[in-house]
Write a protein that binds this ligand. Structure first.
Ligand SMILES: Nc1ncnc2c1ncn2[C@@H]1O[C@H](COP(=O)(O)OP(=O)(O)OP(=O)(O)O)[C@@H](O)[C@H]1O
Length: 372
């Protein structure tokens, strides 16, 4: 569990401490006060990158030369691990884990597994299929580590095959070699995605029922990217002439998708914005449940949880998070937007008030909900 976060010169957070952190942490403050920047700091600590667009250097407080983010992770069995990320305007990024310099972002991710829910998360439902493929591949690689190699070899074979298809004069034997390789690894990648989706469905269904029973059953159908009745090898054989004409491989896992429907209709085109948010939250909570099952720990960064949700539905999300026993860092504009009893007992929830980059620990008893 992340125990504390110290931030130096990240956006308007010139010298800020967020801590001590509990299982659930609510940060509130007016627009532009620095709430998202606090989530961003936690995200950088676990991934070495921001979730917002823009150059990495634009995160450094204007006029300063570098930012530094330090965090302390409390270990389940006692003891703690320190983590740190520093970015220089001139120079680059340096990472530290347990007092040692590290070159591996994966080491940060291992120490602090994170999941983010923010306005961009809607892309999972309404965005391009690539967003849903990334979601599937995240799951595949967390659950089945050896599929990484199949994925890399699939990508390499696809690149090579497309390269040959683009060339006017076709080298048949070379094309056949890459097509054979492509077919083998594509089937593996696709089968892995299908298994992930089967596992996810079982976790997702009770969560969506709890968060949004009124929208009815939600179907997550896997579209593997080629004719469901043929092997990929046969599909490639059938589409060879047309692939040659187009100059690229038109079918395969690079076209896979998850079709999300409600009562047979596209969820993206049918659901209201609030319902879409509940559906996206259910997918992310299912993802977290799978990750927590495997890793034992996960930290949810949730930007402006109450936006788009009415009080009752916001409460449902909070109660689902509380039931999962995952750590949360949730932002909202007003103190009263998330009554802490939705998340659990007073002892497992800490509130912070951020004002122009300054973070204050708020005692709920003293504050009594009056500081909005
Ligand atoms: N490099 C920078 N140096 C200094 N200040 C910056 C820099 N980048 C952004 N800011 C400022 O930091 C502040 C914090 O922005 P942030 O997005 O964290 O606010 P927020 O509390 O999440 O707001 P909202 O509720 O509007 O989403 C803003 O006032 C922004 O103008």
């Amino acid at each position: 569990m992340l125990a504390s976060l110290n931030i130096h010169h990240l956006r308007n957070l010139t010298e800020s401490k967020l801590g001590p952190l509990s299982l659930h942490n609510v940060v509130y403050g007016v627009n532009g006060s620095g709430k998202t920047s606090l989530l961003e700091a936690a995200h950088i600590l676990g991934t070495a990158r921001s979730f917002r667009s823009g150059g990495a250097k634009s995160l450094i407080t204007h006029g300063e030369a570098s930012y530094v983010i330090r965090g302390e992770r409390r270990l389940p069995g006692g003891g703690s691990v320190s983590m740190g990320v520093q970015r220089e305007k001139v120079g680059g990024i340096s990472l530290r884990v347990a007092g040692e310099a590290s070159r591996s972002v994966a080491q940060l991710a291992d120490e602090l597994p994170l999941l983010l829910i923010n306005a961009d998360s809607f892309d999972l439902l309404i965005g391009e299929p690539a967003n849903r493929r990334r979601f599937m591949d995240w799951g595949v690689f967390h659950v089945e580590h050896d599929l990484r190699e199949h994925r890399q070899r699939f990508q390499r074979a696809l690149t090579q095959r497309n390269h040959l298809l683009r060339r006017g004069k076709l080298e048949r034997s070379e094309l056949e070699v890459w097509t054979r390789d492509l077919a083998v690894h594509a089937e593996q990648v696709s089968a892995g995605r299908e298994r992930f989706l089967d596992t996810l469905r079982a976790v997702f269904e009770p969560i969506i029922q709890e968060l949004a029973p009124e929208i009815g059953p939600v179907d997550l159908a896997y579209r593997r990217g080629w004719d469901a009745n043929s092997s990929y090898k046969d599909a490639l054989h059938k589409s060879l002439a047309s692939d040659q004409e187009q100059g690229f491989t038109q079918t395969g896992p690079q076209r896979a998708d998850i079709r999300v429907t409600v009562g047979g209709y596209s969820a993206a085109e049918t659901l209201s914005r609030g319902q879409q948010k509940l559906l996206v939250c259910a997918l992310k909570l299912a993802q977290g449940q799978m990750l927590a099952g495997e890793r034992g720990e996960v930290l949810y960064l949730i930007d402006d949880l109450p936006s788009e949700l009415d009080a009752e539905r916001c409460e449902r999300v909070c109660r689902a998070l509380a039931a999962m026993r995952v750590q949360t860092l949730i932002t909202c504009v007003s103190r009263s937007a998330i009554p802490i009893e939705w998340l659990g007992s007073d002892t497992s929830v800490t509130m912070f008030h951020v004002k122009q980059g300054e973070v204050d620990l708020v005692s709920p008893e003293v504050d009594n909900g009056k500081t909005a």
